[in-house]
Design a protein. Structure first.
Length: 182
């Protein structure tokens, strides 16, 4: 609905391409269902066909639904949910040998740095496309990626031998974080 509003009137293929070419794996994973979802939204009157029958746009009901989704209040689970599969894997790093844990963190750091460069380039894309709110959303991606890089750099010294963390663990790690002046 959001892409139809933002790009509309547009073809369903335009929506598909926007999702497919996104740097977000979340959006890319949804591109395969675009036509099925668009057809359901057309049936419900949330999307409407333009006179050329090729393009669609958001109906008034669709705009009302999109406004309702964007406007406050934001559900608490939307604020607290962040799908971070790097972080999830950390709970289970103990299954790996020391050198494999280090390799995992170093590879993740390298990938995050590459992703950071990609997302920083999106700022210019948003400027070129005259999308100030897209730019503001991209700032979140950049800051989140920087934070993930800082996190991995912070814990890298501990993944080889977690028993090297002085007790109490929380105090040791919090002191390290504080020294880094986050």
């Amino acid at each position: 609905m959001g892409i139809a509003w933002l790009r509309g009137p547009c073809t369903i293929y335009t929506i598909l391409r926007e999702l497919e070419t996104s740097v977000s794996s979340y959006h890319k994973s949804r591109s395969g269902s675009v036509y099925a979802i668009a057809n359901r939204l057309l049936e419900k009157g949330i999307l409407i066909r333009e006179s050329d029958a090729e393009r669609v746009s958001l109906s008034d009901d669709g705009k009302a639904l999109l406004k309702q989704w964007v406007a406050p209040p934001t559900p608490f689970e939307d604020v607290t949910y962040s799908s971070d599969l790097l972080r999830l894997r950390f709970f289970f790093l103990g299954i790996l040998e020391s050198e494999d844990r280090r390799a995992y963190v170093l590879e993740a750091l390298d990938s995050l740095k590459q992703f950071l460069a990609t997302t920083e380039a999106l700022l210019d894309e948003n400027e070129k496309n005259d999308e100030p709110f897209g730019l503001l959303a991209t700032v979140n991606i950049i800051l989140e990626t920087r934070a993930r890089i800082q996190w991995l750099e912070t814990v890298l010294e501990f993944v080889d031998d977690p028993s090297s963390i002085d007790r109490p663990w929380s105090a040791t790690v919090l002191n390290k974080i504080r020294r880094q002046d986050f």
